[in-house]
Write a protein that binds this ligand. Structure first.
Ligand SMILES: Nc1ncnc2c1ncn2[C@@H]1O[C@H](COP(=O)(O)OP(=O)(O)OP(=O)(O)O)[C@@H](O)[C@H]1O
Ligand SMILES: O=P(O)(O)OC[C@H]1O[C@H](OP(=O)(O)OP(=O)(O)O)[C@H](O)[C@@H]1O
Length: 216
């Protein structure tokens, strides 16, 4: 096993998710003063820039790497962060990748909900428990809406943004569990050790993303 490189307090290790968040995250971090570019299409998973290492991860692994301190900070959707259950410091709402986690059914469906398909079992369980709905939850990995269409489940809990996936599949949004956007997350110990790097980054990202008048 290659040992993890040990870096001094002036070096930052960032956890970024491959997929739709990566490009905008890198662009925002570059505007905030970090010398990053979108990692080239290669099989390399760890990318080195002056003073910064980028770890390219699956979304759901970003909170784990930050919470366990392998990464000092990361960017991830609020949906994935909540589902992870990791109590990391979340100092900035980056206000992109906006979407909502919703309960979805076939248009006009009115029967009991006894089985729910989702990539978000923790959020779905909390929602159903709060309403006293004793439904079974089936954990799925993608194209969640298909569970409704095929009868695998009589409802799904999944992300909605434009609503075009719903319209294309004769589905409707019955309820919204919560709204999500990309967040900066930070390891609490790193915030002390790498304060000189992390504090200016947090402030720069706040300056770039928060309304001048409204604050956070
Ligand atoms: N249609 C959408 N519009 C806007 N934001 C979205 C949309 N779908 C997902 N997101 C946000 O972007 C994040 C990353 O989505 P992406 O599609 O890249 O992940 P994925 O490929 O489903 O995840 P995985 O890492 O499991 O492969 C989600 O966690 C959510 O916060
Ligand atoms: O309301 P819309 O604008 O249609 O966006 C919502 C869709 O986007 C996401 O899927 P994605 O394309 O990431 O595929 P996935 O289901 O494989 O994750 C999400 O899971 C919905 O299916």
């Amino acid at each position: 096993m290659t040992p993890a490189p040990t870096h001094g307090p002036q070096h930052l290790t960032l956890a970024l998710p491959k997929g739709r968040i990566l490009e905008e995250a890198v662009a925002l971090l570059a505007r905030a003063g970090l010398p990053l570019t979108v990692p080239e299409k290669s099989r390399a998973l760890r990318h080195e820039f002056p003073g910064v290492t980028v770890l390219e991860l699956r979304n759901q692994d970003v909170p784990v790497y930050v919470d366990l301190g392998v990464a000092d900070a990361g960017i991830v959707g609020k949906d994935v962060l909540l589902e992870s259950g990791r109590a990391v410091y979340e100092p900035v709402d980056l206000r992109f990748a906006g979407c909502r986690l919703s309960l979805i059914r076939e248009v006009g469906a009115s029967g009991d909900i006894s089985r729910v398909g989702t990539k978000y079992p923790r959020a779905a369980r909390a929602y159903l428990n709060a309403r006293g709905i004793p439904a079974e939850i089936v954990k799925l990995s993608g194209n969640i809406e298909l569970a409704c269409l095929t009868g695998l489940a009589d409802a799904v809990v999944d992300l909605v943004q434009t609503g075009s996936t719903l319209r294309a599949n004769h589905l409707e949004e019955v309820d919204v569990l919560f709204h999500s956007s990309a967040r900066l997350i930070v390891n609490r110990a790193a915030l002390k050790v790498r304060r000189e790097r992390l504090r200016p980054l947090i402030e720069a990202l706040r300056g770039l993303t928060q309304d001048v008048e409204g604050g956070e």
